[in-house]
Design a protein around this ligand. Structure first.
Ligand SMILES: Cc1cc2nc3c(=O)[nH]c(=O)nc-3n(C[C@H](O)[C@H](O)[C@H](O)COP(=O)(O)OP(=O)(O)OC[C@H]3O[C@@H](n4cnc5c(N)ncnc54)[C@H](O)[C@@H]3O)c2cc1C
Length: 382
């Protein structure tokens, strides 16, 4: 039975308040420092692993917490409200690494790779994008060729979240380069595999405390059994994984939107211009009303989509949630910064950090344009 989309159960509400407390007490105190130093919050992630936040959807048999997807989006939202960088690290490890291994991996792969991921001892990453292929992922050029009891992977994966910190990657490569998307296979690659190297980290406009870098595969040797599903099923697995993981990005956007709205309200109440708090000016009230309304809509749609994951229209709902929540959160951060006036433009303001962090939510795990293509394909099919 799908979880109720509009109201949280007592367990989900308890999780929400515990994650909020953890985010406020353990993550917020170092946010500004990490923004300056770009330090990766490894200790915090280990604690999140102990809380079950890094194997949320993995069954208990493999050391996971066995939460439902609504609980997952609730937790990502609360972490993103305080630190979108930590939220993307969490979302990637849960959604595009542990989740496909759990859903498509053999028992042997699950037993080997999932317990350390779920415990937060290991982090996960996902290699789909390449320098020459982003939205058109089927145009990837990375290859995998069988060599006795191993596969040899060659190519470059670009913009890989957690690269260098992850111990496990799910990597897509062509086993039959002539077969287009049907020639793609999904592999599980341990970070210490011979032939795997991590390139220079990207310098980014936001998400400064998350790590993004290329993965370089040069005759990268992995055991023959390290594949998800069958040879040639990798593209289907990548699409199913993205249908799932988009919920995490929608939730990340909702968390940022929530915080931007809180900051706008608090600033508007205390900033006095023309003899009254600016919250008394109707133009400012209307801006805040719009942000608050779009926030409710984004949250409800995200939880609704999470509650219907795996159903016939689950992929469409996930794309709609990701599209709406990310676009709405970008509008909200723009408006909230406007309400802060010049003080919002200061590098030291929280809203300026959120304004930079939110930008990528309409880009990664499928741009807004790609979401519209997916949604149109579903609705036009009838
Ligand atoms: C911080 C960050 C972290 C990331 N983490 C990961 C990761 O962990 N793993 C991973 O594999 N990738 C990751 N990515 C890559 C990300 O998923 C891609 O950037 C994204 O899919 C878009 O691909 P692209 O950048 O190549 O843009 P392109 O595909 O080149 O698109 C450029 C523009 O053209 C538009 N466009 C392209 N095709 C069409 C079309 N048919 N119709 C209309 N418009 C179109 C796009 O919407 C976009 O606006 C990350 C990116 C960033 C910035």
């Amino acid at each position: 039975m799908p979880t109720s989309s509009f109201a949280l159960t007592a367990e989900q509400e308890l999780l929400r308040s515990e994650v909020r407390r953890f985010a406020e007490e353990r993550i917020r105190p170092g946010v500004d420092e990490r923004e300056r130093t770009h330090e990766f919050p490894a200790d915090i992630l280990r604690e999140m692993g102990e809380m079950g936040l890094l194997g949320m959807l993995v069954g208990e048999r493999y050391g996971g917490a066995g939460f439902d997807t609504v609980s997952y989006v609730v937790a990502v939202e609360e972490i993103a409200r305080v630190c979108p960088s930590v939220a993307v690290t969490m979302s990637v490890s849960n959604s595009v690494c542990a989740w496909p291994i759990y859903c498509f991996g053999s028992d042997e792969l699950r037993e080997r790779f999932l317990p350390p991921l779920a415990a937060g001892v290991h982090l996960g990453g996902f290699g789909l994008t390449e320098p020459g292929s982003g939205s058109d992922a089927a145009a990837m050029r990375t290859t995998a060729r069988r060599d006795g009891d191993h596969w040899l992977l060659n190519g470059e994966k670009a913009w890989i979240t957690n690269a260098g910190f992850a111990a496990t990657y799910v990597v897509m490569a062509k086993t039959d380069p002539a077969a287009g998307s049907r020639g793609v296979t999904a592999f599980v690659v341990a970070a210490d595999s011979p032939g795997l190297a991590v390139g220079e980290p990207e310098t980014k406009m936001g998400l400064k405390a998350s790590r993004t870098a290329p993965l370089l595969l040069t005759d990268c040797r992995i055991p023959a059994g390290n594949l998800l599903g069958q040879v040639g099923e990798g593209f289907k697995i990548a699409l199913a994984t993205l249908d799932h993981s988009r919920l995490g990005i929608a939730a990340q956007a909702v968390g940022i939107h929530q915080r931007a709205t809180e900051l706008a309200i608090s600033y508007a109440r205390q900033r006095v211009q023309f003899g009254v708090p600016i919250a008394r000016h109707q133009a400012v009230q209307f801006q805040i009303a719009q942000m608050a309304t779009e926030l409710e809509a984004a949250r409800v749609l995200t939880r609704h989509a999470a509650g219907h994951e795996g159903e016939h229209h689950g992929g469409r709902l996930a794309s709609q949630a990701k599209l709406y929540a990310s676009e709405a959160a970008n509008r909200a951060c723009y408006t909230a910064l406007q309400i802060h006036g010049g003080n919002g433009f200061s590098d030291d303001s929280e809203i300026s950090r959120l304004y930079r962090d939110v930008r990528v939510t309409t880009i990664y795990e499928g741009t807004s344009e790609m979401q519209r293509l997916v949604i149109a394909r579903h609705v036009l099919r009838g």
